[in-house]
Structures are given as structure tokens and as C-alpha cells.
Design a protein. Sequence first.
Length: 187
Amino acid sequence: MQTKDLIQLIDRTLVDIWQNEIKSDYECGWLLKEDTLKNALYFHLRSKLGTVFEYNDIRIFTEFTDDKFKGTGCRPDMVIARVDMNASSKYWGNNVTECLAVIEIKYKAGFTPHHDIIADYEKLKYYAQKLGVTAKLYMATIWEYEDDPTNWERKNAAWAKGWLTELNASYARESEGEMQFYVWRHE
């Protein structure tokens, strides 16, 4: 499968997972904190795309510190990467040939932690501008706080255009705790 087609498939699948499976997982009490959200994303990605990934030498790695991130102190929550399965190195991190998607994840409650969420957007910006990451970038945020469906990163942020997709969730205003899951694409 061509890289462009894989990236589009990953994108469509991530959006579908966010709006359906993650929403259901949240409503059914499967998500407690950020780690369970990361685990759920991993599970659903493997369930939906595992065969495609295996056939195309694509793997999902969490807390990734290799490739462009090696020695930088940066550690994305999750990457989807192509791996040279025939390389001689026994450590898969050395065999990554390209990152197709980089995902940061936040699960926060209350107003004050919004600063932590914004900090992850700064990380994504750093990945794109300073590390030269050319993969699609995703920010998956569950914010247990009342808000209108909106974007976290500025609409006209040049670094985000064509690269960043926000997977957001927050309590709908005046809904008595109804969580809304939505997507904001920076195109």
C-alpha cells in the first residue's frame, strides 16, 4: 500500500475510533485516566488495522524515544511507524524508517489543567518546527470541563495547517455532564 494511502487510512480510522469507540469506552466507564485512554486508542487501532499494519510493516509504539526523537528528551505518547522488518538490529526502535503519525494524549478534569493540554500543543509544534517531523500530528484530549466544541490551537497557526488534527472531548454546556466528542482539522 502506498504511504499516502496508509496515512489517509490511519487518519480516517483514528477519527472513527475517536468519535465512536472512544466515546463508547468513556460512556461505559472503560477510561479512568490518560493511560487507559492511550491503551484504548492502541487497542482499537490494532483491532481495526492490525492486518494492514502487519502486511505493510507498520507498528504502533508508545512512549517513543527513537528516530527523530532520539536524544532530544522528547517522548510522544504514541507513534505509528514503518519498520524495516529485515534490518539486522534486534531493537525495533533502530529499525524505524518513517513515522506516519505522532499522537499526544491528555485526559484532564477541571479548568486549571488546561495549561497541561496547551503544553502538549507546544510539544507538537516543536516536533514539526525544530525536529522536522513530517508525520501527521494528532492531539487526543478528553477535558472533563464544560466547553463549546472548539479548537485548542489557533485556526490560522501556520505550523498546524495540513498536519494537525485535534481529537477533542469536553462536557457540552448546560448538558449536566454529557461528553461531546468532536474533531477539528487544521487544513
